[in-house]
Design a protein around this ligand. Structure first.
Ligand SMILES: C[S@@+](CC[C@H](N)C(=O)[O-])C[C@H]1O[C@@H](n2cnc3c(N)ncnc32)[C@H](O)[C@@H]1O
Length: 312
């Protein structure tokens, strides 16, 4: 795991595992320092990520980067799985049709920045939209929130149907490392001040606890484990240089029966290429922030119907 003050190296093995998903003429899409030397492309910075860093790039270059090599028009029909404001706030061209889907009315009410009628309260695996009715689907981290394999397969089937030919599915994934860490190792790094923020702790601890993707990890257990080693969270925060407010956000996990299902690269590949399949990788971005190799953004292009049928 790449963490603050840690002597460990970025998880290069994981990064190279992603490379084999790329089309046959891959180039600068694996973007870690030194691995895309030379060519300047719209995504050639090291600070891009679906949620946190999208807005730092020039918007036009991002849209061009997505659309290049597809037949998507300049006024796409967008579907957002979730209500991530950063994606809604991209300066979409006038005429873009934007729809969001989230199963939590509370999240829609509190977080959704768009018009009420553009947000549907629905479970993604029950989405009912006309075939070929969307050009781009975004989801930030949501795949790990639905059960593997059946619900995730169902979602891929739905995306395959509602996306137009060459439509894009842009997902930030949370992918476990090839070598699983132990929860003790993650907690030791925390107590010794090598974990800079809560999002990294949650991801690291969650992935260390997952015994199988089908079982996933109960979110409440992440809180429980932290509570066992550090019952006084404020004291821990001051020991490791975090603010009390920052660490207290973990209390949202307390008692939660929801689960994470962290899919491996092979499982993502099987879902989108094999069963149910119907996609190919169009772009891939491995950000360089802490644990970025576990949070790649993958852009999948829906195959033309004729060839996608061969895949099913
Ligand atoms: C899109 S994810 C984004 C998570 C965030 N980016 C992160 O990394 O923690 C969160 C949203 O997904 C929604 N969600 C989770 N599972 C869902 C499902 N099966 N159907 C619809 N919405 C779901 C939640 O209500 C929440 O608003």
């Amino acid at each position: 795991m790449q963490r603050k003050n840690s002597t460990s190296q970025p998880d290069i093995q994981n990064i190279f595992s992603w490379k084999r998903l790329l089309p046959s003429n891959p180039s600068p899409e694996i973007n870690r320092k030194g691995q895309n030397a030379g060519k300047k492309t719209p995504d050639s910075g090291n600070t891009w990520c679906l949620r946190c860093n999208l807005r730092r790039k020039t918007p036009l270059s991002i849209l061009t980067w997505f659309r290049n090599g597809t037949n998507i028009t300049a006024t796409p029909r967008v579907l957002l799985l979730g209500v991530t404001p950063e994606i809604y706030h991209l300066p979409w061209p006038e005429g873009t049709s934007f729809l969001a889907a989230d199963k939590s009315q509370a999240m829609i009410d509190v977080v959704w920045p768009g018009p009420k009628e553009a947000a549907q309260c629905v479970d993604w695996v029950s989405l009912q939209l006309p075939d070929n009715s969307r050009d781009i689907v975004f989801c930030d981290g949501g795949l790990s929130l639905i059960a593997y394999p059946h619900q995730q397969q169902q979602l891929v089937r739905i995306l395959q149907a509602i996306l137009a030919d060459q439509g894009l599915c842009i997902l930030r994934l949370y992918v476990p490392p090839p070598q699983q860490e132990s929860p003790d190792a993650v907690l030791r790094d925390l107590l010794e001040g090598r974990i800079p923020k809560l999002s990294i702790l949650k991801l690291g601890l969650g992935m260390s606890l997952q015994e199988s993707t089908a079982e996933g990890v109960q979110i409440g257990i992440i809180w429980q484990l932290l509570h066992e080693v550090a019952p006084d969270l404020e004291k821990l925060a001051s020991q490791i240089g975090w603010s009390a407010e920052h660490i207290m956000a973990i209390n949202a996990y307390r008692g939660s029966a929801d689960r994470f299902y962290f899919v491996t690269i092979d499982q993502v590949s099987e879902l989108f290429y094999g069963n149910p399949g119907g996609f190919e990788v169009h772009r891939l971005r491995v950000p360089s922030y802490d644990l970025g190799e576990r949070c790649p953004t993958i852009v999948l292009k829906r195959l033309l119907m004729a060839s996608s049928n061969e895949n099913l």
